[in-house]
Design a protein around this ligand. Structure first.
Ligand code: NAP
Ligand code: MG
Length: 483
């Protein structure tokens, strides 16, 4: 199967519309996590490469080709990127599956269409976000302009590589910025494929650069004095480093960080539906989702019935070959991630939680881990407080709405949440009480390009998606004229 996949050449950097050799000529080996086999060698961009990319990004901002392009034309270009991603969905999904270990089917029907949709959606905003005329005293004419922020640095994680790249590049370009993308070290393939598509479609040189590498490459982009904004998706720990790194030059920063999202099952829920939602809520993408419903709170009166059905559903999921059509769970992305998940499961055991399902590696040579369910978890335990980022769920009971909200909000994160109830008033009441950027009711992980997405508390700053996601890449200028 791997022999059939055309792997992009990752030995060069994409800067100024050209494929260039990295200054230090260093590279690393990229791994297929489902087989623990090398895929290819990937260039490492250093500080000199970052500097070069920033210079061409700055020049592009003032160029006739980019600054002079009508907003509607930018939109048409982005639409064509979306269409091309759709035409090549099978190839891109194969690359994504190979690089991340996720099921090919999920990449084909999830990641790739979502990435394509981001280009189409934000392309539409390119000529629809505008300033306004303000009702100031009559001797003045006062209006606002929405201008590009400038050179944007984008640093992304490995769990949805193309989708994350699209969620940064599409709105940034729609609003007329230039952007430098640093893909995660584990998953560079689709970033290179995307750069190839942008080149093919004639995006002006320098508007997008792709600089692979490790954290140091990201840190060099964050530190560079001529980068105006950083858009980051990743862990809360690195998010904090980025905020500190951006402080010296007072860059604009938007951060999509980690989560420990509660999925709350009330006694009046449709249990069958809740079981399905809770199962995909935690196990989709091997649980490596920032929105993973990694805490399940069940009302004490339906706990036993719910758990019986949930365990039956979860035990049907067997990690296996990501490329096989029937596979619903693939491999974790890396050895590091496998170790992290294994360690957290040990921590849970030592803390006295009960392993009701899984709790160990899956079969095969890759980084497979079985769907794991902890029961009788106390809210203060580490497995109920810290982000594991794997197929591990902590379940707990509650007696009433007040207690459910106290447990749900009792973590440092506030990214997403789920409510399962057939009581309309309760749904709205609990939605109001939850400290989270997204509340899903009787559904989970329903993510749209049209809807704002981001975190409360230590889950981040700013909202991607929707009009908010486009505005994130604009600076507001006020013009006041004495008439
Ligand atoms: P990560 O370790 O924070 O890395 C994210 C990116 O930051 C990678 O490209 C990484 O490069 C780079 N990086 C590392 N150190 C850096 C530094 N000092 N300065 C600048 N860049 C640096 O996160 P991850 O392990 O890839 O992804 C998992 C995390 O992402 C989870 O916590 C998850 O919740 C979060 N996430 C959040 C969202 C959301 O939208 N809220 C979505 C997806 C994932 P290297 O790869 O080379 O280390
Ligand atoms: Mg990889």
């Amino acid at each position: 199967m791997i022999a059939d996949i055309s792997i992009p050449d990752c030995s060069k950097l994409f800067i100024g519309g050209e494929w260039v050799t990295p200054d230090q000529q260093k590279s690393y080996s990229n791994e297929n996590p489902a087989r623990r086999e090398p895929i290819n060698e990937v260039a490492i961009a250093g500080a000199a490469d970052v500097d070069r990319a920033v210079q061409v990004a700055r020049a592009a901002l003032d160029s006739k080709e980019w600054a002079g392009m009508p907003a509607a034309d930018r939109g048409r270009l982005l639409w064509r990127v979306g269409q091309t991603l759709r035409e090549r969905a099978a190839d891109l999904a194969a690359l994504e599956s190979l690089d991340t270990g996720k099921p090919f089917v999920e990449a084909l029907y999830g990641d790739i269409p979502h990435a394509a949709g981001a280009f189409e959606y934000f392309g539409g905003w390119s000529n629809k976000i505008s300033g306004e005329v303000l009702p100031v005293p009559p001797r003045f004419f006062d209006y606002t302009r929405r201008e590009p922020v400038g050179v944007v640095g984008a640093v992304i994680p490995w769990n949805f590589p193309l989708q994350m790249a699209a969620m940064k590049i599409a709105p940034a370009l729609a609003m007329g910025n230039s952007i430098i993308l640093k893909p995660a070290e584990q998953t560079p393939l689709t970033a290179f494929a995307l750069a190839g598509i942008l080149e093919e479609l004639g995006l002006p040189a320098g508007v997008v650069s792709v600089l692979p590498g490790f954290g140091q490459t990201g840190a060099a982009i964050v530190a560079h004095a001529d980068v105006d904004k950083i858009t980051f998706t990743g862990s809360t720990a690195v998010g904090k480093q980025i905020m500190r790194g951006a402080a010296d030059t007072l860059k604009r920063v938007s951060l999509e960080l980690g989560g420990k999202s509660p999925n709350i099952v009330f006694e009046d829920a449709d249990i069958k539906r809740a079981v399905r939602g809770v199962t995909t809520g935690i196990y989709y993408n091997q649980g490596q989702m920032c929105t993973a419903g990694s805490r399940v709170l069940v009302h004490e009166s339906v706990h036993d019935a719910f758990m019986e059905a949930f365990l039956a559903e979860a035990s049907k999921i067997r990690p296996g070959d990501p490329m096989a059509k029937e596979t619903r769970m693939g491999a974790l992305v890396s050895e590091e991630q496998f170790e992290r998940v294994s360690q957290y499961v040990e921590i849970g055991r030592k803390e006295g939680a009960n392993v009701a399902l899984g709790g160990g590696p899956g079969d095969g040579d890759g980084y497979f881990y079985k769907p794991t369910v902890f029961t009788d978890v106390r809210p203060e335990q580490r497995i109920a407080q810290e982000e594991i980022f794997g197929p591990v769920v902590a379940t707990t009971t509650f007696a009433d709405e007040e207690e459910a909200l106290a447990i749900a909000n009792g973590v440092t994160y506030g990214l997403a949440s789920g409510i399962w109830t057939n009581n309309l008033s309760r749904a709205h009441r609990v939605a109001q009480g939850l400290k989270a950027g997204t509340v899903w009711v009787n559904t989970y992980n329903a993510l749209w390009n049209e809807a704002p997405f981001g975190g409360y508390k230590q889950s981040g700053h700013g909202r991607e998606g929707g009009r908010y996601g486009a505005e994130l890449y604009t600076e507001i200028k006020n013009v006041c004229i004495y008439i």
